[in-house]
Design a protein around this ligand. Structure first.
Ligand code: SF4
Length: 256
């Protein structure tokens, strides 16, 4: 698969600051076509747009190049049209499922991107931790809310997650939680009870996030078997357990 690389720009604004100007969308990378590796659309061909900036600092973040201020000088400022032009290069102009990722893409102003992209026939899926809500969530085709479990070191503001669900209106919305340990599993059980009407996907956390190092697939398989045991012991039958498919296929490699 291919990547449309982002030319380096000057680092000035902190990533946490909301980007209201559509001409100032901060793009880390546009890559694909590949497949969605987790959640409700696992296995679907897609192009990823990864935006820069995040209000969280998860201890096990595997996308620090889209989070840390030290990487901000590598992000490009692009208009919505320029981003869609990048997608066209990757798909030969064919419409595709576009997955919006980050960082936390919710801190961007993505209404112009969604308007222009839908006019070209693209569909849009987005993942966010649910800490920032936007009215343009209702323009998405699919929204994955991924509240971070205790192992992340971050705490969920439930009122903000509620606002995200409310702003998504009738959009296909699901929850995804990455599980590293038993405390994360307990957190996921509580989330399921809090949002009984939303599909919930569990993924196995990958302890090794350095792109230069291989993943320990045996350890991941063992953790997944452990998670399946916990789910079955709890008689929790309306949950879906998935691997992070991209990790199994490509390890920690970026841009796939
Ligand atoms: S919310 Fe996602 S992108 Fe932000 S720090 Fe956590 S894992 Fe990384």
């Amino acid at each position: 698969m291919n990547t449309v690389s982002s030319p380096k720009t000057d680092p000035e604004t902190a990533p946490e600051i909301e980007i209201a100007n559509s001409k100032s969308l901060r793009v880390v990378e546009v890559f694909g076509p590949t497949i969605q590796g987790e959640g409700a659309y696992i296995g679907k061909p897609t192009v990823f747009i990864r935006f820069g900036g995040c209000d969280y600092r998860c201890l096990w973040c595997d996308s620090m190049h889209a989070v840390g201020k030290q990487y901000a000088h590598q992000w490009a400022k692009k208009t919505a049209q320029q981003i869609l032009d990048d997608v066209d290069v990757l798909t030969d102009g064919k419409p595709i499922l576009i997955t919006i990722s980050g960082g936390n893409p919710a801190i961007q102003q993505l209404e112009p991107l969604l308007l222009l992209g839908k006019a070209k026939g693209h569909t849009f899926s987005m993942e966010t931790q649910g800490s920032v809500s936007k009215t343009w969530f209702s323009m998405l085709d699919q929204l994955t809310l991924s509240p971070k479990p205790p192992s992340s070191g971050e705490a969920t503001d439930w009122s903000k997650l509620d606002a995200c669900i409310s702003d998504a209106k009738t959009v296909d919305t699901s929850l995804k939680i990455v599980i590293f340990n038993r405390a994360d599993f307990t957190f996921a059980r509580d989330v399921a009870k809090r949002y009984p009407n939303l599909p919930l996907f569990l993924s196995i956390g990958n302890d090794e996030t350095d792109p230069a190092l291989p993943v320990n697939k045996e350890a991941l398989h063992a953790k997944m078997r452990q998670l399946i045991d916990w789910v079955n012991a709890d008689h929790w039958y309306d949950v879906t357990i998935l691997p992070q498919l991209h990790v199994l296929l490509w390890g920690n490699q970026l841009g796939v």
